[in-house]
Design a protein around this ligand. Structure first.
Ligand code: HH2
Length: 274
């Protein structure tokens, strides 16, 4: 996939998208990288650990997170994106936002992919992506981060997620050559839904688009493992990605713990390609 000047090779190994949250309140790393210099250093560290892309976000999407004004979100992410584009020009930068103004500012600063957890729901976001030729990740969610857990009701979670992603993509009308899809683990999903989706993730291949998977440090892993501190859920996170990779159901793993994930994926990808 061509993203700006970057050529992403999909399919030969699972790529790793390093998470860079420039927020005071993200569920696992809030406040650690709010200072732009610290965030840029963290981005460089993730690249040194083997991140193929960096996903920069200025607003937490954890359930019930307060909304951030576009100008505040821009003030958080722009210096970080500009710094990373300057210091690691070979690494594509993604902007994790649902706001058109933030996506536009980020693209102008050198980001090449819009990671929108609302799935390009705002027609202006879809138009921005279409007009600029940026890449986009369309994630499945119902409602908003504030309301999503009320919508976690499914008769057949896999079929419904596929059907809703299909509808969203059709409605957005953007170039499929630049699109990723994402099942939205933890977004309008209960434990049972996350597990069923993970077990059947390769069913999403029916949509014919590369798959991004974000399980990293999420609360369902805490429920399963009994580990309450999200930062300590590295083994559980890595296991979930490796299992999906062996099944050939993930193209890009969105993770906080890049080094550990790359180590596991070296094994998982080798097994998958037998
Ligand atoms: N998960 C989060 C945020 N953005 N984007 C995609 N495509 N897929 C995901 O699963 C996903 C996402 C939530 O994780 P995190 O960024 O670590 O936390 P917070 O939203 O609290 O900043």
């Amino acid at each position: 996939m061509q993203l700006g000047a970057h050529q992403l090779v999909l399919g030969s190994r699972t790529l790793v998208m390093g998470i860079l949250n420039v927020t005071p309140d993200s569920f696992s790393d809030g406040g650690l990288f709010l200072d732009p210099a610290k965030a840029i250093d963290r981005g460089l560290e993730l690249v040194a650990q083997g991140a193929d892309l960096l996903d920069v976000g200025g607003e937490s999407t954890r359930p019930g997170a307060p909304e951030v004004r576009a100008e505040d979100e821009l003030a958080r992410v722009l210096p970080v994106i500009a710094g990373l584009v300057r210091q690691c020009p070979g690494v594509p930068i993604s902007i994790d936002t649902t706001k058109v103004a933030v996506a536009q500012g980020a693209l102008e600063a050198g980001a090449v992919l819009v990671n929108d957890v609302s799935g390009l729901r705002d027609p202006a976001m879809a138009q921005l992506v279409a007009r600029t030729g940026a890449g986009a990740c369309v994630m499945h969610m119902r409602g908003t981060p504030k309301t999503m857990q009320q919508h976690a009701q499914y008769a057949d979670v896999v079929a419904e997620v596929i059907a809703e992603l299909h509808l969203t993509i059709e409605r957005a009308g953007v170039d499929r050559a630049k699109l990723f899809i994402d099942p939205g683990i933890g977004f309008a999903k209960k434990l049972e839904h996350n597990l069923t989706l993970l077990k059947n993730l390769s069913a999403l291949r029916a949509l014919g688009l590369p798959i991004v998977l974000g399980t990293s440090r999420k609360s369902f892993l805490g429920t399963l493992s009994g580990v309450t501190d999200p930062a300590q859920r590295v083994a559980a996170s890595v296991a979930s990605v490796a299992i999906a990779a062996v099944a050939g159901a993930v193209d890009v793993a969105r993770v906080h713990d890049v080094a550990a994930t790359r180590q596991a994926l070296a094994v998982a990808d080798a097994i998958r390609s037998r």
